[in-house]
Design a protein around this ligand. Structure first.
Ligand SMILES: Cc1cc2nc3c(=O)[nH]c(=O)nc-3n(C[C@H](O)[C@H](O)[C@H](O)COP(=O)(O)O)c2cc1C
Length: 359
């Protein structure tokens, strides 16, 4: 049925499709629907409090007895730099004035802790089948603790060098995240926005470099992308943008409207919201911030400067300053319930992969 089974066996799933864990956008309902459909559902947990993490894990467990994934950022704690903060304040001030926001922050205070001992303890008490990391790997003793408790550990890589580091560290499978991907790049270092390897080039090079299963991510939106990922040597795919158009996604009407009108060339890598490169729909704020080409506060400090702008812009119904994350393949999205999307993707991919030669 599928050309290779290593990833399916590792993750104990029927279909080689991982619904990307997406910070604020994936929901327990989405994860449950995807897992019950035989793929791997998941949640981005980095913005959750410990209580929310506990409640979410319990909610997903009560909705499915299939595999599911909880995902965390593993970024280094931000270094505060008063000069960078002052310069950033000057750069964002015109936008605050335009929106009539009285309080312009002097420093950022974005709220997103890296994976830590407290989160590890929550997971060890109610272990998810899969734990995944983004922005590098959490400390190795935590990885080993999760694996010993029975969780499969995945981590994103955006270059061959990152993939080799992950394989050497003993992760169970590697998510090869190409340049096309929506949302934050999983890059370990914050390389500048201009550099990145596309999925088509990245996946086979990582497949050649490591001995663990590779999951292709970035720009995969339908069965054609899944079949192509297998041809490149991947054992499965991770898809984020495609699941944003499901009713289970936690996005508002303006975000849904943006996805409906998306075109191939309108997204851009930006650090101007969080401090780390993320692919979002381009807008006036992103253009203006990119034109400065200077260092911005570290992740997640930058959120403290940008969040009030994004929120006010959203409240005004004007997306020109809002942070609307999606990838280059968004125009291929279908508005289907998550379980139906999984079934459609499986049908499409299998009809391509199982078509006998010459027909
Ligand atoms: C809205 C959005 C939010 C995301 N949030 C996370 C996240 O919290 N953790 C994570 O590991 N990846 C996150 N990603 C990246 C995905 O894991 C994945 O690499 C990406 O969606 C694949 O590219 P695609 O969007 O073209 O399918 C996010 C992606 C999107 C579109």
């Amino acid at each position: 049925m599928w050309p290779r089974k290593d990833l399916l066996e590792l993750l104990e799933i029927d279909h080689p499709i991982i619904q990307a864990p997406m910070g604020g956008e994936s929901t327990p309902l989405m994860a449950i629907a995807v897992s019950n459909a035989g793929a791997l559902g998941g949640l981005g947990c980095s913005y959750m409090s410990l209580d929310e993490l506990r409640a979410t894990t319990t909610e997903i467990r009560s909705g499915t007895n299939r595999s599911f994934n909880l995902s965390f950022f593993a970024h280094p704690p931000p270094k505060e730099d008063a000069d960078v903060n002052a310069r950033t304040k000057a750069m964002v001030t015109p936008f605050y004035e335009e929106l009539g926001l009285a309080h312009i922050p002097n420093c950022g205070n974005g709220d997103c802790d890296p994976f830590d001992a407290a989160r590890l303890e929550v997971l060890l008490n109610n272990c998810p089948t899969v734990t995944s990391f983004h922005f590098g790997l959490s400390p190795i003793d935590m990885v080993r603790a999760l694996q010993s408790a029975g969780s499969v550990v995945l981590c994103s890589a955006t270059t061959v060098a990152e993939a080799r580091m992950l394989a050497d560290a003993g992760v169970d499978a590697i998510i090869a995240q190409g340049w096309e991907a929506g949302g934050h790049r999983g890059t370990f270092e914050v390389s500048f926005e201009d550099f990145g390897v596309g999925t088509m080039a990245l996946v086979p090079q990582i497949v050649d470099a490591v001995d663990v299963p590779v999951i292709a991510a970035g720009g995969i939106a339908d069965g054609r992308g899944i079949a192509a990922a297998f041809a490149l040597g991947a054992g499965g795919v991770q898809m984020g943008t495609a699941f944003l158009s499901c009713p289970e996604a936690n996005i508002d009407d303006s975000y849904r409207a943006a996805l409906r009108q998306a075109s191939d060339d309108e997204t851009r890598l930006t650090r101007a919201y969080s401090g780390r490169p993320a692919r979002a729909r381009n807008n006036r704020y992103i253009d203006a911030m990119a034109s400065h080409r200077v260092a911005l506060p570290d992740f997640p400090t930058m959120y403290g400067f940008a969040d009030p702008l994004a929120q006010a812009s959203r409240d005004n119904g004007d997306a020109e300053l809002d942070f609307v994350l999606y990838g280059q393949a968004a125009p291929l999205n279908r508005e289907l319930p998550a379980a139906d999307l999984v079934a459609r993707l499986v049908d499409e991919a299998q009809s391509l992969l199982n078509t006998p030669r010459g027909t």
